[in-house]
Design a protein around this ligand. Structure first.
Ligand code: HEM
Length: 155
């Protein structure tokens, strides 16, 4: 029997429900929702229906900030590659168990791209602030020479 494609909102709801069923029971991810974030599923699930409907069909009206939601978690729990890999494995596995087709492929690609972006951004080490006190004597000398050359060019 061939699987249906992800054709609209009813299928998105089915997918999101099935995905979070798996997430909630997962040894690596479950406690992040259940214990760390203490997710209110009554509000989180409809938000995720809207999110995916907005991503895939440009309707759904999602207006949240996924980056901020995940950045908030980094001081509280591990949000590294193992967690994002598991998230993606569960998401793609749920899609593949229920749907097949163009939209099914598209949602897996979107999820992969977004997982990479979210993972990269929330784990990025902030740029160290420029502090002249940290210059080495060599850097100071090089800068002085550069400045001299630059002012010679200008005048
Ligand atoms: C390690 C992987 C991930 C973990 C542990 C995780 C966990 C969470 C948690 C705990 C929340 C907050 C739920 C609440 O309100 O209590 C959340 C929100 C959300 N997550 Fe994730 N997430 C992960 C990856 C992703 C990825 C890859 C996406 C997108 C493809 C995503 C999309 C969202 C969205 C849209 C929200 C709602 C943000 C809002 O409040 O508007 N998550 N996630």
């Amino acid at each position: 029997m061939s699987l249906p494609d992800l054709n609209g909102r009813p299928e998105i709801e089915l997918l999101v429900n099935a995905f979070y069923e798996r997430v909630r029971k997962d040894d690596l991810l479950g406690f992040i929702f259940n214990d760390v974030a203490q997710t209110n599923w009554t509000t989180h699930l409809p938000k995720m229906y809207a999110f995916w409907e907005t991503v895939i069909f440009r309707s759904g009206g999602y207006t949240g900030n996924p980056l901020a939601a995940h950045a908030k978690l980094t001081p509280l729990t591990q949000m590294g590659k193992p967690q994002f890999d598991r998230w993606l494995t569960l998401f793609k596995g749920t899609v593949d168990d229920l749907f097949a087709g163009e939209h099914a492929e598209h949602i897996k690609n979107c999820a992969t791209d977004m997982a990479n972006v979210i993972h990269g951004k929330i784990n990025a080490v902030p740029e160290p602030r420029f502090d002249p006190a940290n210059l080495t004597p060599e850097q100071r000398a090089r800068y002085a020479a550069y400045k001299e050359k630059a002012s010679a060019t200008i005048s």
